[in-house]
Design a protein around this ligand. Sequence first.
Ligand SMILES: Nc1ncnc2c1ncn2[C@@H]1O[C@H](COP(=O)(O)OP(=O)(O)OP(=O)(O)O)[C@@H](O)[C@H]1O
Ligand SMILES: [Mg+2]
Length: 225
Amino acid sequence: MLELKDITRAYELGGEKAGAFGVSFTVPAGCLAVLAGPSGSGKTTLLQLAGLLDEPDEGEVFLEGQAVSRLPEKDRCELRLRRLGFVFQAFNLVPVLSALENVMLPLQLQGMKDEAVRHRAAEALDRVGLSDRLEHRPGQLSGGQQQRVAIARALAPNPVLVLADEPTASLDHAHGGPLMDLMKQQCSESGVSFLVASHDPSVISRADLVFRLMDGRLLATERAS
Ligand SMILES: Nc1ncnc2c1ncn2[C@@H]1O[C@H](COP(=O)(O)OP(=O)(O)OP(=O)(O)O)[C@@H](O)[C@H]1O
Ligand SMILES: [Mg+2]
């Protein structure tokens, strides 16, 4: 589904090289994969490459079998909108819009009709257990609920892959596990895959696949038993 092949993306600051070096891994369909590693190990760098937000110096990214990392920006933008979903640490919800309106946004960008947009957005919020919070604004929701809205927004366009950078970092421990369980449920129900960057043990322990990074290199790939 997603394959990174011999990816190198080097940043040079003051003669010191950092980033990602010769990283290869595959995320199959319906899989919850975690990029794990200490701060500065290259998790965000790799997520940005997988999310077509950045281009590698060397190597190639394959999405659904297609080489995508050097496509023109217009095509990458289209893929981001239609095939990928994004969840951020700070949720990035629009504060003046309701939960429903936040989830409607990417569907409206796709040019979908208003009636269908509403229906699909309400459905996505139902999938994350928030059908009783459609009209609440982000400020009226708990941190865990806001992150659920962000996941519903990422899932609403039916992407094949959702990329999440430290999605539990703004939540207390009680919320990290349930959020991962919710993502796993989506994997098995709709076949979507997640690639999550995290150093949260409650996230790593629930993954189907763990890619261990250190200094921009892939140390090990671990599969859940
Ligand atoms: N735009 C940039 N310019 C220069 N160096 C960068 C840039 N982005 C990342 N780096 C460097 O690349 C290395 C990897 O950064 P990255 O953000 O991928 O780490 P990370 O694993 O996500 O860390 P964290 O857990 O703190 O989020 C770091 O040493 C960082 O300083
Ligand atoms: Mg990071």
